[in-house]
Design a protein. Structure first.
Length: 256
């Protein structure tokens, strides 16, 4: 629905539905849409995968060269890479820049994690610091792909905290929370998009990241052998999912 004809049809539809005249700045709307880099989902996925592969290659390079021996260098380089990725992606938007920023961003977190681990920092504290950095970064990033990666990092760190503390029953509660969030996103999508610029900007990557995290959570609690899960707590996640699904189906049926 990004082409000029469909946009014009949509504007005509809104005009026909209202009793008073509405003035649209057609030229400005078409100009903004033409400037918008509407990347396909495949390109976004490939960009993220490219960043992950580059990060893995960089980690291998660190081990072969022995550069990981300096704790100060790891912490400084990690911080610089994260800050650079956030700053650059706010200024430039191309596929190449997206891939480089994703790589730098992930490398930064890897280096920070390695640096803090070498300082024998408590793992809960280390994960909490990484969680704080990724959460703050999410609100500073203006790029879809990097915001999506930040959401995945946040959820991945939360799963890591649950696993590290052997609180596997909390995964059911967390999956239930993700289910409720997704339900709210689907029901109140228009309101979220119409909110302040910050909320509307992170809405799409936030929703996509939560969907992926939700699927990952379902995999962990349904696949035997992945994590030790007590079936006494299955009702927490399953009941929430069933109620949410039935509620959404009811809402859709009313609209139809």
């Amino acid at each position: 629905m990004r082409n000029k004809e469909n946009i014009q049809s949509l504007l005509d539809f809104f005009q026909a539905k209202t009793k008073r005249a509405i003035r649209f700045d057609d030229e400005l709307i078409f100009k903004k849409l033409s400037q918008h880099n509407d990347q396909s989902l495949i390109i976004k996925v490939l960009s993220v995968l490219g960043g992950i592969l580059a990060t893995i290659a960089f980690i291998v390079f660190l081990f072969f060269t022995g550069l990981y021996d300096s704790v100060a260098a790891l912490l400084i380089c990690g911080s610089v890479l994260i800050i650079a990725a956030v700053f650059v992606q706010n200024k430039l938007e191309t596929i190449l820049i997206d891939t480089i920023c994703v790589s730098s961003y992930l490398m930064g977190f890897v280096l920070l994690g390695m640096g803090m681990a070498q300082r024998s920092m408590d793992e809960n504290l280390m994960l909490s610091v990484l969680l704080l950095i990724s959460s703050v970064s999410l609100f500073l990033i203006k790029n879809y792909i990097l915001s999506f990666v930040s959401v995945l990092l946040i959820n991945g760190i939360i799963y890591a905290l649950i696993s590290h503390n052997d609180l596997y029953r909390w995964i059911h509660l967390y999956v239930a929370v993700l289910t409720i969030l997704l339900t709210l996103f689907f029901l109140k999508e228009a309101k979220f998009i119409a909110m302040r610029k910050l909320i509307s900007r992170i809405y799409n990557p936030l929703r996509a990241g939560i969907i992926v995290s939700f699927i990952a959570g379902l995999f962990m609690i349904s696949k035997s052998g992945v994590i030790p899960v007590s079936f006494r707590y299955v009702s927490i996640s399953s009941t929430t999912i069933i109620i949410s699904t039935v509620y959404l189906v009811g809402k859709v049926c009313k609209v139809l």
